[in-house]
Design a protein around this ligand. Structure first.
Ligand code: ATP
Length: 287
């Protein structure tokens, strides 16, 4: 028995950090939405009591360090599952990119194993379990568009922004989220206005969405890796309607309404950066 799933990437339209908590995590407020760039996950039932991982990218771990492995192990231990699984992951989402690729693989594994192992958990139960694996996993269990608070695991669904093109450009570096947070100066932040972003989305006001994009981690990553800022400037110069770094970076995304403009931005960036994708925003919830 086999199940195939899509594990799509996310972008942050807004990312704010409020303060550092006593448990060491940062309290955040983020607007997350899904884009149509996805890893492919295939789950094959194994009669032997084992979790095996096979990944298409050599530098992504295929053992207990893989977030999809951790998702399977969590369900297996919690619900005393006597069967095993082979998790095959075809990576399309750039790794360590600020696009939650690993979290989305873990979320898809939770959804798929719920069926494969017939656990009969609700989607909300899967999202709560996902938070034990990583802060972005809960959002990825649902997909769609949401306000994420707490350390990112408290999800409030909001309406979907109207569809548009999203150009993703990743310079050839990986960014450590922990390093970015370590370098964040909490007293010197220019906070994005999350409420304005929510009403822009609610009112389907594309121009306002573009003008309200904001991410407090941008300045930290730009300082550590100036090439990320240069990609943002290029994307603005080529005519994207709104441009922002996603998560802790280094991927920069640009929103573009019209296809002809999208092609101009896409082709322009390809001259500077190998890892460029033009995809659609997929803000409707799929689970
Ligand atoms: P986020 O946006 O949630 O901060 P990210 O996009 O920056 O995530 P990932 O691509 O999820 O980062 O990878 C971060 C780290 O997780 C990498 O060091 C990678 O080796 C490890 N990892 C574990 N499992 C996976 C997986 N299934 N896919 C990709 N990376 C994984």
């Amino acid at each position: 028995m086999k199940i195939s799933l899509k594990a799509p990437a996310k972008i942050n339209l807004s990312l704010d950090v409020l303060h550092k908590r006593e448990d060491g995590f940062h309290e955040v407020e983020m607007i997350m939405t899904t884009v149509d760039l996805a890893d492919r996950i295939e789950l094959t039932l194994l009669e032997e009591n084992q979790i095996k991982v096979d990944v298409s990218e050599g530098f992504v771990p295929n053992d207990h360090r893989n977030l999809a492995y951790q998702a399977a192990k969590l369900l297996k231990d919690r619900f005393n599952v006597g069967k095993g699984v082979l998790i095959s992951i075809k990576k399309n989402i750039p790794v360590s990119a600020g696009l939650a690729g690993g979290s989305s693989d873990a979320a898809a594994t939770l959804r798929g194993l719920n069926e494969l192992w017939d656990l009969q958990l609700t989607i909300d139960e899967l999202a709560i379990l996902g938070a034990q694996i990583g802060s972005d996993v809960s959002f990825c269990v649902y997909g769609g568009t949401a306000l994420a608070t707490g350390r990112g695991e408290k999800i409030k669904h909001i309406s979907a922004p109207s569809p548009c093109w999203v150009i993703l450009a990743k310079p050839p570096i990986g960014v450590s989220t922990a390093e970015v947070y370590r370098n964040l100066k909490l007293d010197h932040l220019e906070h994005p206005n999350i409420n304005n972003m929510i009403s822009a989305i609610d009112n389907n006001d594309y121009q306002l969405i573009c003008s309200q994009l904001g991410n407090v981690l941008e300045s930290v990553t730009f300082k550590l890796y100036p090439q990320v800022q240069r990609i943002k400037e290029q994307m603005e110069r080529f005519g994207a309607d709104g441009v922002l770094m996603s998560g802790s970076g280094p991927t920069v995304f640009g929103l573009v309404k019209h296809e002809s403009r999208m092609l101009r931005v896409y082709n322009g960036l390809r001259g500077f950066c190998n890892d460029v994708h033009a995809v659609r925003l997929m803000g409707e919830r799929y689970y």
